[in-house]
Design a protein around this ligand. Structure first.
Ligand code: GAR
Length: 204
């Protein structure tokens, strides 16, 4: 069993998929708390409907360090194995991340990203990929490091783009991949932990 905090910023469909996987016993995890940087995030309602602890704090009027300090204070009440980012649209600073450093040197902070990284980092990645004209979209689950969307890749799953796709149908296909991939990867982590090998340098 892994003890996790799930970080969201919006809709919370990945949070919902994780909650469902736990209740179906496909994922041996306990969500200790759900963190949001937006008090109006729809995902907070999903968390509350399932009786989960929530903590919402807008960064307005605070600098990054102050915002993260408050979140850390909240997280410190729990004994956590991993932070699980599920659509959390804020960068976490090295000062924050260092509290979650594993004995292997990586951070125990996992993220899901809606593209085959390193393609299409940042925001609106389904739209970026769709507008680019990809024939194959994809989803990446990776470890967080100090840079955006750059940490060690744990799993990737491609999905096709069909000729008659709209951005909506393409995005829906991607989201359904996310909803099966993320709980499955988290279950692998629950069973086996994270084996992190340093990334190969391509330009050697
Ligand atoms: C998901 O598509 C997730 O992969 C993406 O935000 C969406 C959140 O949806 N994350 C990123 O773009 C991170 N860079 P959800 O709130 O319904 O889970």
């Amino acid at each position: 069993m892994i003890h996790i905090a799930v970080f969201i910023s919006g809709r919370g469909s990945n949070l919902n998929a994780i909650i469902q996987a736990i209740s179906d016993k496909r994922l041996d995890a306990k969500i200790e708390t759900v963190i949001s940087n937006d008090k109006d995030a729809a995902g907070l309602l999903i968390a509350e409907q399932h009786g989960l602890n929530t903590y919402a704090l807008s960064p307005k009027g605070m600098n990054r360090a102050q915002h993260e300090e408050k979140i850390l204070e909240h997280l410190n009440q729990f004994k956590l194995d991993y932070l699980v980012l599920a659509g959390y649209m804020r960068l976490l600073s090295p000062d924050f991340l260092k509290h979650f450093k594993s004995e292997h040197g990586h951070y125990n902070v996992v993220n899901i990203h809606p593209s085959l990284l390193p393609a299409f980092p940042g925001t609106d990645s389904y739209k970026q990929a769709f507008d680019y004209g990809v024939k194959v979209g994809g989803v990446t689950v990776h470890l967080i490091d100090e840079s955006m969307d750059r940490g060690i890749i744990i799993a990737q799953e491609p999905f096709p783009r069909f000729p008659d796709d709209t951005l909506e149908t393409f995005t829906q296909r991607g989201l359904s991949v996310e909803h099966s991939l993320y709980p499955a990867v988290l279950q692998q982590i629950a069973k086996h932990g994270i084996e992190s090998k340093p990334k190969q340098k391509l330009n050697k």
